[in-house]
Design a protein around this ligand. Structure first.
Ligand code: PRT
Ligand code: ZN
Length: 297
């Protein structure tokens, strides 16, 4: 069989991950002919095409070699690996992507007196993640029954079909609405770039290398902030000590105020209100936090 020379990336056709995944690929310079109602989306510039599928199908498509990469929740990828077992080609999380964050947690009805994992012994736990739940129960030596449901897991205790649940939580609103209390976090999840452990050793592998480099640049820029502020020479040291990590700041003179300096610092992550207030207390004023759009060192 002739190997493909174009790279295929699988992503969710319509759901929580669709928009952020497309935006990320666009930022990496990948654009696609818009036929979003179809399964297949042809890439415009680079030799990269998209497969638009249900998120649950993505790990299997990679394992079968139908596509080289996929953008999928860590929860779905890890569950697939546990369910597929050793017979399936192993997958690797090539990059965490920083969106679609949630956690897989155990939650119990408010009246359930939960203190430790052993309290779940003999109970029925409803979940769409029997693999991940089973692994957690085994590690904690708990003998409980996983009741596998494909949706509406959160109403199982009310219906009397389960005593507890194991489901994805983001804001916690769904749990509160169903009088459930989160008791254990099994997995912290986010969207990831998934692929085979061994990348193809042809043009597709080269394209993946290029894509990973662009992705790293995009992620770095997305998390960078430029902090601008004014300080007097007397408070400069105290202010500098509080700056969030990043390369050495730049100092500029302020016209007509020889005692004042303008400081410019690139920060590696979000700068919170709390951090700004602390820096201000140390003597800074006129503070700005700006997003960075592109960066070329
Ligand atoms: O059709 P397809 O199978 O592709 O879509 P889907 O319905 O299976 O997936 P979708 O779009 O709901 O979620 C895709 C991925 O987004 C998941 O696999 C997770 O990796 C991630 N994600 C992030 C979430 C959530 N946050 C989330 N809150 N997936 C689901 N939820 C659900 C959760 O199941 C629960 O019902 O939202 C509810 C909890 O939310 P809170 O905010 O009330 O806590
Ligand atoms: Zn799904």
């Amino acid at each position: 069989m002739k190997t493909r020379d174009r790279l295929r990336i699988a992503m969710q056709k319509s759901g929580r991950l669709t928009e952020p995944a497309l935006e990320l690929l666009n930022r990496c310079g990948l654009t696609f002919r818009q036929s979003r109602d179809k399964l297949f989306c042809f890439g415009d510039g680079e030799p990269v095409d998209l497969l638009l599928v249900r998120d649950d199908d993505i790990p299997g498509l990679i394992a079968q070699g139908v596509c080289e990469l996929g953008i999928v929740g860590r929860n779905v990828m890890n569950e697939f690996q546990l369910a597929a077992g050793r017979d399936s080609a192993p997958l690797r999380e090539w990059r965490p992507l920083g969106f679609g964050r949630c956690r897989l947690s155990i939650a119990v009805p408010q009246e359930f007196d939960y203190r430790r994992p052993q309290d779940l012994a003999g109970q029925r736990i409803a979940t769409s993640y029997p693999g991940l739940l089973g692994e957690w129960l085994r590690t904690h030596g708990v003998d409980a029954t996983a009741v596998t449901l494909s949706g509406s897991v959160e109403i199982a205790p009310k219906l009397g079909t389960a005593d507890a649940i194991c489901d994805l939580v983001q804001s916690g609103g769904t749990l509160v609405a169903n009088q459930l209390r989160e008791t254990e976090v099994l997995l912290e999840s986010e969207a990831v770039l998934a692929g085979p452990v061994a990348l193809p050793a042809d043009e597709r592998g080269d394209m993946i290398d290029l894509l990973l480099k662009r992705l790293d640049g995009v992620i770095q820029v997305r998390e960078s902030r430029l902090l601008l502020l004014q300080t007097s020479r007397a408070t400069l040291e105290a202010v500098t000590r509080l700056l969030p990590g990043g390369p050495q700041p730049t100092l500029l003179p302020v016209l007509g105020q020889p005692d004042q300096l303008m400081l410019q610092a690139l920060c590696a992550g979000e700068v919170s209100w709390r951090q700004l207030e602390e820096i201000k207390k140390a003597g800074a004023r006129e503070m700005f936090v700006l997003p960075v759009e592109k960066m070329l060192a």
